[in-house]
Design a protein around this ligand. Structure first.
Ligand code: NAD
Length: 276
């Protein structure tokens, strides 16, 4: 990642898509706490994964929740121009790998078409406003676009070739390529982070760590993926929010950043207490 020397900032108006979901809501709390003068418009379809309650306690004068779909171009246009958005932080996605295997359609629609809709609306707004230097489109992606590693392989980094293995990661890879192309083709000031698994407050119960915790508490069996030998990297969600903050304020556009984690979890260690 190329870091600029400038640390100056003035108040921003952010469109945060998926801001009622797990990472998005943590980000809204983080941003409101660190930059209380900024306005945040949260656009969220409130699917099964979104929850209004995740945003309770925030200052309603600074944070507004709009229930709607990122594929709705008229709505996105009206928010981007009407609210004078200068920064898009794009979390909205269908995000659960198992669901993508059962029903991939929604993943292609939201993750690919939705990202395209946002890029196109923001590009028109950026052009109308005469391409201001401080405008940013930050795309939140995943390290799953890089596929998986063998035990002795070096970790992923920004130059790792894409090798998505599920409809989820393939749809995120497609959205990454669109973001990259909008910078390359039009000069749109895009940023992108490809992060490992997150854990922390507001985590939806179907995801691994809360699912395992709930099953342990209820004395239920623990589902193990494959032979249980897979290892996953985990990052605390507030560290992810802090990394996005750094990238938005200090990175040059179109420098992809891979947020590495230091906490590794081998799923088989979870299975042993119940198997015993
Ligand atoms: N959870 C992780 O460990 C992880 C790791 C790396 C990257 N990411 C990425 O971070 C982003 C957020 O992940 P998350 O775990 O918070 O997801 P999540 O499933 O908890 O939240 C997604 C949010 O998007 C909203 N949404 C879904 N479809 C929408 C649509 N068409 N229009 C508007 N809103 C819509 C949902 O209502 C929900 O609030 C995703 O882009 C994901 O790919 C997640």
């Amino acid at each position: 990642m190329v870091i600029s020397n400038s640390n100056l900032r003035s108040a921003r108006c952010l469109l945060v898509t998926g801001g009622a979901g797990f990472i998005g809501s943590n980000f809204v709390h983080y941003w409101n706490q660190h930059y209380p003068s900024d306005r945040l418009i949260v656009l969220d379809a409130l699917t099964y994964a979104g929850n209004r309650a995740n945003l309770v306690g925030l200052d309603e004068a600074q944070v507004q929740l709009v229930e709607g779909d990122i594929c709705d171009r008229a709505l996105v246009d009206s928010l981007v121009t009407g609210k004078k958005i200068d920064t898009v932080v794009h979390f909205a996605a269908e995000s659960h790998v198992d669901r993508s295997i059962l029903a991939p359609d929604a993943f292609v629609r939201t993750n690919v078409v939705g990202t395209f809709t946002l890029l196109e609306a923001f590009r028109q707004h950026w052009l109308t406003q005469k391409q201001p230097d401080h405008f940013r489109f930050h795309h939140v992606s995943t390290d799953e676009v890089y596929g998986s590693l063998n035990p002795d392989d070096p970790g992923f980094n920004e130059t790792t070739p894409y090798a998505p293995n599920s409809p989820y990661s393939a749809s995120k890879a497609g959205s990454d390529h669109l973001v990259r192309a909008y910078h390359h083709t039009y000069g749109l000031p895009t940023l992108m982070t490809n992060c490992s698994n997150n854990y922390g407050p507001f985590h939806f119960p179907e995801k691994l760590i809360p699912l395992m915790c709930i099953n342990i508490l209820m004395g239920k069996p623990l589902p193990v993926y494959g032979d249980g030998q897979n290892v996953r990297d985990w990052l605390y969600v507030k560290d992810h929010c802090s990394a996005i903050d750094t990238v938005i304020h200090r990175a040059e556009p179109d420098q992809p950043t891979t947020s590495a984690a230091t906490t590794k979890l081998k799923i088989s260690i979870w299975s042993q207490p119940c198997a015993a």
